[in-house]
Design a protein around this ligand. Sequence first.
Ligand code: COA
Ligand code: ZN
Length: 302
Amino acid sequence: MKTIKIQDVVARDGLQNEDQFIPTEQKIALINRLSNAAVDKIEVTSFVSPKAVPNMSDAEAVMKGITRQPGVTYSVLVPNLKGAKRALECEVDEINLVVSVSETHNQKNVRRTTDQSFENFRDILSFLSNERIDVNGTLGTTFGCPFEGSISEDKVLRLVEQYLELGVSGITLADTTGMATPNQVYRLAENVLKRWPELPLTLHFHNTRGMGLANVIEGIRAGVTRFDASLGGLGGCPFAPGATGNICTEDLVHMLKFIGHDVRADLDQLIDSAKYLQSLMDHEVPGQIIKAGKINDLHPVS
Ligand code: COA
Ligand code: ZN
């Protein structure tokens, strides 16, 4: 059995996709609950154009308002140099860059070719070269694209290499619209880890087609120990048709604990946090454990 790191992305991937604006104070309260529940990493917000993603328009206030806990890494998503400068001002622990393997999705998302995105990343890494900030490189639409269909594994490996040449310290392979299948996950993760055995590799799944937790199991089997997930299972990309929620943090932790993996995060506190999240939202969140309870919750015989 393995130690698995839980990286919650609800405050970014979850809320970026909501029409309802969540007030800054509520975002801060939500993130503080996740910190107290001892997840390993929190993607706090994104420093993107507020016109492109209105729910992220309070990024500075959220980042500066949260109470940071030791042992938790506070990460933010950044699309360009302007975003990196804003993030640096807020003393984040990690900057997460994103480019899509699919040219079409990259154009929709950040209005750049993948080559232009990497040119921007070079500027960002040289701007950050004297700062003590980790940089993680995310590849979106790694397992399939809603516009282009299947994605070449060679291209994925080439872009991982490009990121590493620029000097990023970790890589995330993201399944932006839930197209990954378990056998594909095993094959790609195994290939990446064979080539870069020491690489801190994260897998980021959406449960759009119900394969999210099966993909985690196959990722672990291939040697991956870091997974992104979103409290309540919220999430999705505003620039991809049909994109729905990430795998659900409390459902993931529930599964991992009951199959015997070691997870630092506290399941009961996560479930309470997900109930708090539900109280903020104007629709039902997709998570299942907050509805069904844990497998060891017994009911009185009536
Ligand atoms: N933070 C705040 N504002 C930003 C910004 C940033 N990081 N980057 C650009 N802007 C603003 C500019 O100041 C400009 O504002 P103005 O219209 O008031 O003058 C406007 O956005 C356009 O700037 P430009 O440099 O021409 O960027 P663009 O139009 O090519 O947009 C992105 C590119 C990436 C900045 C924008 O599309 C974006 O933020 N997209 C969001 C991507 C995202 O979050 N996707 C989901 C997560 S993967
Ligand atoms: Zn995502």
